[in-house]
Write a protein that binds this ligand. Structure first.
Ligand code: BGC
Length: 705
């Protein structure tokens, strides 16, 4: 890109280059990116299938460009049109409407084309010979949707101007591209009590609708998007806060098909605010091109629906960065949410490259003192106090998980300094932070729970330091100083902190911060039973809760929590009709009213972290830390009579592993298939198993149904 120039124009959103090529051209490539989000159209055909290219990065430090093979698209006379929308680069980000133009206020693009002939190459760069003008996308925004006038024929009537802007931040595409996936037809069209026409797609999803209509020039189609209906069955948009999620389309004459270009929405329902009768809608699911790898099924249909919701929570929030939610005026790469869910994410889908990219932004945005921004890319601004415990720990937890699940040692090596700097930073006491975010044991109206913040801070500091030590050892580094520091901190922990809340018990158990795990586990189990087999944990405690129980002899209590249907529980939202994971345990209350309008997402993947327990404990598929990437596997299922059968599989980088069991007529039959070797632990036996299928049968213990 060195010789290409950034080009811009007055209010322009479209650029054009006409060029001829010789008959003997054998290949052609295009390298391109934009300040904003772009779509390139060559001779009337869209180049590539990257939606919202170049994606969302810390543009001032890492601005990705893409490479496309355009050989089959070329003619002798060519026309390349490039349309640019505001996107994350220039559009509003966060709930503050003035938080715009974060990376720059100009719309611009940069490109290079290389045409290969048998004896030479020709190169075309962006420069002032390109033209610019306006296109049919009149306005667009990540949160607000798109305004499109199909009557507008793009006009490229002004010469583009060269923009003197830096280029050293331009780097080749390094993550997964974002693209279209499922196409979903409406399941129901209804008239709500308010008399509004609403279409239900049956699934809360992230993407947009495509519509087909026959209309007269000037007819309008206006479509609103929502995740839920309220208790009266009316279309509900208050939880979107400032995000409009609105399509405003002006028709041209005749038959036409449209889908938005520079936005996405989180929705299950659309409301036809203005729409000709004969219009047909299809919902298109959009997310990063991550390959599905994990599956889980059991005898309980509600648990299966929960797993479905977890998968859809991930699809809905893995859109170039791991977002907290896809609908309201956030959609940001909140670090806490990402670390909570990363293990589950890595079993469900191959997210290796996805996290490689995001972690590059995390370290690019990391501050001099090692502080990690609460959202990555960091768009919260200088006034925001970053570096919350359990949020910034994503800097350590995520690369370590990529190493465990995929054996990505190169990533560990790349991130090691960033991990170390975070661990040093996190030694600081008295940091501000989110606590056990959304836990239910806080006072009414308090969204941070009762768990002591300093407890969380110290516990995560020790945990992350432990992972740093392991990482260092994998990389052949001397970690003895850290080992001494870490064990001293561990020894002190119990003197300094007392376990009172569920989450405090969970962290002390999971992070090995107690000399008396049996006592703490018994207390935790007792607290849960006294609460009617119900949890009180938030973002910090929930992901480890079932593990803390099952690792310490209380798998039955863990299953009771998994199978609990009353509020608060995972199956409560399933009973309330959820098709994704909710942000709040009580997003919708039993009487149908909402927890709040302000912060109530119905597609927030964090609590979906329970799936890692379903894979690892219910089905028993575990990573052996000494042989990552499932090069050797631990199979250690813990069955429960309340589920008649369980079966899970993960398509690992070493092949597919599956494990399941059936509890029938007083017997438990285990069926396991491993692609490598496994240590199988069943009923106190330890069996070394080779590649292939294995079946084991045991007498079932007596267990109350
Ligand atoms: C987000 C969360 C995030 C949190 C920080 C919220 O607004 O949606 O998921 O982790 O802020 O506490």
């Amino acid at each position: 890109m060195k010789n290409a120039q950034w080009i811009t124009g007055k209010n322009c959103i479209a650029f054009q280059k006409k060029f001829d090529i010789g008959k003997d051209a054998v290949a052609a490539k295009l390298w391109i990116t934009a300040m904003g989000v772009y779509e390139a159209v060559l001779n009337g055909n869209r180049v590539g299938n990257f939606v919202l290219a170049p994606g969302f990065t810390s543009y001032n430090k890492r601005h990705l460009y893409q490479e496309y093979d355009i050989t089959p698209m070329l003619k002798e006379e060519n026309e390349l049109n490039v349309f640019v929308g505001d996107g994350w680069y220039r559009g509003q980000l966060t709930w503050d409407v003035n938080n715009r133009n974060l990376y720059g206020d100009r719309c611009a693009m940069i490109a290079k084309m290389e045409i290969t002939y048998p004896d030479r190459t020709e190169t075309i760069y962006t420069d002032e010979s390109w033209m610019c003008g306006n296109g049919p996308v009149v306005a667009s925004g990540i949160y607000d949707g798109e305004i499109y006038d199909a009557r507008i024929v793009p006009m490229f009537d002004q010469p583009a101007a060269v923009l003197n802007a830096p280029k050293q931040q331009l780097v080749p595409q390094d993550g997964e591209i974002v693209c279209e996936h499922e196409r979903i037809r409406p399941v129901k069209t209804m008239l709500t009590p308010k008399g509004e026409k609403v279409i239900d797609f049956g699934q809360n999803l992230t993407g947009y609708v495509e519509f087909k209509t026959t209309a007269k020039a000037g007819d309008r189609i206006v479509i609103s998007h929502a995740e839920v209906l309220d208790k009266d069955g009316n279309f509900y948009t208050e939880n979107l806060r400032g995000a409009k999620q609105l399509l405003q389309y002006t028709c041209r004459d005749g038959e036409q098909v449209y889908k938005p270009h520079f936005t996405f929405m989180g929705f299950r329902y659309i409301r036809l605010d203005e729409c000709p009768e004969n219009t047909e809608f299809t919902a298109i699911v959009v997310h990063s091109d991550i390959k599905r790898t994990g599956d889980f099924v059991c005898s309980n249909e509600k648990v299966n629906q929960l797993f479905h919701n977890i998968i859809w929570g991930q699809k809905g929030n893995f859109l170039d960065v791991p977002t907290d939610c896809p609908q309201r005026d956030e959609r940001l790469g909140w670090t806490g949410d990402a670390q909570v869910f990363v293990k589950t994410a890595s079993f469900n889908f191959n997210v290796n490259r996805f996290f490689e990219k995001w972690l590059a932004d995390l370290s690019a945005d990391q501050k001099e003192d090692g502080c990690v921004s609460d959202v990555v890319p960091n768009v919260l601004g200088e006034d925001h106090e970053d570096g919350s415990a359990a949020w910034g720990d994503a800097a350590v937890i995520c690369p370590w998980q990529m190493y465990l699940t995929y054996g990505n040692k190169a990533l560990l090596a790349r991130q090691f300094e960033s991990m170390k700097r975070w661990v040093e930073y996190s030694a600081k006491k008295g940091r501000t932070h989110y606590g056990d975010w959304l836990a239910l044991d806080g006072e009414k109206g308090n969204d941070r729970g009762l768990t002591d913040k300093e407890f969380i801070s110290s516990a995560f500091h020790i945990y992350s330091m432990g992972l740093l030590i392991k990482s260092g050892k994998v990389l052949g580094k001397d970690m003895s100083d850290y080992e001494k520091r870490c064990s001293a901190l561990r020894d002190q922990f119990e003197e300094e902190y007392e376990c009172k809340t569920q989450t405090e018990h969970v962290l002390a158990l999971k992070f090995h911060l107690t000399k008396n795990p049996q006592k703490l586990a018994a207390e935790l189990a007792q607290m849960i039973k006294e609460n009617g087999n119900r949890l009180k944990t938030g973002f910090v405690g929930t992901p480890y809760l079932l593990h803390a129980l099952s690792e310490n002899g209380y798998a039955d209590v863990a299953y009771s929590l998994l199978l609990q249907e009353e509020f608060p529980s995972w199956l409560y939202s399933v009973n309330m009709g959820a098709t994704t994971i909710w942000e709040h345990w009580d997003g919708i209350r039993p009487d149908g009213s909402f927890w709040s309008a302000g912060m109530n997402s119905f597609n927030h993947y964090a609590y979906g972290a329970v799936a890692d327990w379903m894979y690892e404990v219910a089905a028993g598929i575990k990573i052996d830390e000494n042989a990552p990437a499932f090069a050797h596997i631990i199979i250690e299922p813990i069955p429960d009579a309340r589920l008649g059968f369980v079966k899970a599989s993960i398509d690992t980088v070493n092949g597919k592993v599956s494990s399941g069991w059936k509890w029938e007529n007083g017997k438990i039959t285990y069926e396991i298939e491993v692609p490598t070797t496994a240590t199988v632990r069943l009923h106190g036996d330890e069996i070394q198993a080779g590649k292939g299928k294995h079946v084991f049968c045991y007498d079932a213990p007596v267990q109350a149904k």
